[in-house]
Ligand binder design. Sequence first.
Ligand code: 26Q
Length: 830
Amino acid sequence: MTTNPTSDVTPSAGSARTGLSVDALRRGVLDNLICLQARPPSIATPYDWYMALSYSVRDRMLARWAATVQNYVVRDLRVACYLSAEFLIGPQLGNNLVNLGIEDNARAVMQSLGQDLDTLLALEEEPGLGNGGLGRLAACYLDSLATLQIPSVGYGIRYEFGIFDQEIRDGCQVEVTDKWLQKGNPWEIVRPSVCYYAAFGGHTEKWTDEQGRFRVRWMPARMVKGVACDTPMLGFRVNTCNTLRLWKSEAIESFDLQDFNAGDYYQAVQEKVISETLSKVLYPNDEPEAGKRLRLAQQYFFVSCSLQDMLRILDLKGVHVSRFADMFAVQLNDTHPSIAVAELMRLLVDVRLLPWDEAWDITCRTLAYTNHTLLPEALETWGLRLFGRLLPRPLEIIYEINHRFLDDLRRKYPGDEARVARMSLIDESGEKKIRMAYLSTIGSHAVNGVAALHSTLLRQTVLHDFAELWPERFDNVTNGVTPRRFLLLSNPGLARLLDTTVGDGWVTDLTQLRRLEAYADHAAFHEQWRAVKHANKQVLAEQIRHVTNIDVDPDALFDIQVKRIHEYKRQHLNALYIITLYQRLRRNVEHGAVPRCFVFGGKAAPGYAMAKLMIRLITGIAEVVNNDPAMHGRLKVVFFPDFNVKNAQFIYPAADLSEQISTAGKEASGTGNMKFMMNGAITIGTLDGANVEIREEAGDENFFLFGLTAAQVERVRREGYRPAAHVESNAELREVLDLIAGGQFSRGDHHVFRPLVDNLLHADPFLVLADYADYVACQERVSAAWLDPARWTRMSILNTARSGKFSSDRAIAEYCERIWKISPVKIALE
Ligand code: 26Q
């Protein structure tokens, strides 16, 4: 049945394109249904309505978008450019409705058209253009940049296939291609006229020009065209609407023609296919085979297009290239865009003909680098041969940068050749490789880690020599997440309660949640707090039932670990505890047992066998435990398939306990930990990444701490770690491992989990067994706290109350002030 909510509507309340009233929006939706979807309402599908509504929302962003871009081009101000191979922006419709402040109106409009807004929101295919933390961080930062009204652009790659969709079949992960563009993308504007060319292969030629200058000409074997695909990034209740500019690769027509004229039509088509392949697919991280040529080509492609775009904007503004660093602050999101150091030099020296020293000064003043990992196997390097064949001119420039850098070093540390070799951009210890983290460090004026502990370890380990050389370059900016998506949009129940309790200022100043502390012992408030959490758990329970057919009890303790599957994140430590608990329940030695529902979610890289085996272990445990009548429903285990931004939005709000159990020193920061905290989950965690700061903020008594510290981990390793020793001294642990090895969770098959158990017993690179006993003991403290609802609720409230630091608004404000030197710019609408 359709209703017509006309009560608060004036018939002429604004244009169908821009008006925010119910009436104007309704007219807009109906217009777009006909004019863009070409469907009459009578036969429109829900997806047609989703498209029509999305176009109508986009219409309402366009004036702001145009005004914002216009401002940046016309005014003499510096723009922050966030270069990232990944942007995991999530579904756009809900977020844009919230930021425009028209969610209620949109709901009313769609209801009047016989459509349920939540159903339409669920239809949106999310752009999975990222792997996990790093990509989602980039998206949170775009949200804060727009909300804080910072002139900025995000630059990246428009992958045709994002991160794969995960299905679970027979307990195993199966990867399915992500066809996110199949049904069209209403948020994207393709701009064929904004395009650049990236060169690949071939050779270089040296020559002297008419003015007697030494010049180098790159004669590439092939050029790839990059076309700008723009997505508007609207801030919360502001006019600022920034741009996310993603490059799509295309073949160059004239190249095809040349080959065609030469008679090699098939060669021409082949070239076209290769060019268009470039932005086809996102590479998963943790792939042993990640050093693929195509990945390097992707990186160079998007970096080159982005830097050329900045130069074009400079020309458009009529600003001389010598002022490049005054106009742009370029942030490198990990080393993935680090080729920017060489490419900016190439553009300035080879193309714009600046002297080397001036170009180098500009480059260093423009670029800044964020490191996201200390894991040696995750530090990016590229083999010299591969690099040189694909990018001959950038390689020469890297040699020149290195040559000058090493000369400086020798002057500063005379006779210290060991140091010179250690710090060289070229690792000559085996097959020669370029160290991209060093290239980024040398070419930047600022280098930061993503949590206090991580930044400290970065200075002490991976970049130790560089921190000694340039201590002033090193800084920390602890990550943050956007409270708009992860609280306001994901958890409307809690958002309403926060609004009525502390006012709605928290949405853009999360530290205002501190005011909640006054209610931490307030019985009536406890009731409301618990009611919100319970409702969220019901929503998740329904989803779990719908997707996995498993029944879970919303009254159980929801113990959740969602993140990429990796040995260092130790999902298997959690699994060992579940088996321990299961055994205790079977023996009935768990007094006053707390009903628990363990939820896991996360993708394993397709080529990472051990991570895939960890998923199998979890689903294997789930199969046994969930179907054991002796459990009386006290224990449930769920592997929630296809963890992504969309699913995350109903998972975080439903959590009681947040699992952040990585080996200390391995998780650079974590950001899921922050999303859980905001939503009132209590963390069980090690002193790793941002957990350290979460505990500092929440208070020791509101955090379940266990495990070795980073320093202890190092000591244990140095002194020779023997995992088997922990099994010898712990009968319960031995029993757990025996059950796994004996096929208890693999339908009797002894072979399935052998590699996992052997790895734990004989190598255990991430000290799972070393932390097992303390983890189990800590989980007992969790259960004890749960049995005291007033205590638990107090802890939960205080976690939310003290999560203010972990807003991405705080993080972006720090980048602006300390690294980019950029302040907000208000955008006026005509
Ligand atoms: C590299 C080369 C070839 C192919 C893929 C990659 C690749 C892609 C993605 C390497 C790494 C990534 C992603 C890393 C990542 O997400 N790191 C996480 O970043 C978060 C944001 O700072 C932190 O919170 C996490 O601790 C960190 O693991």
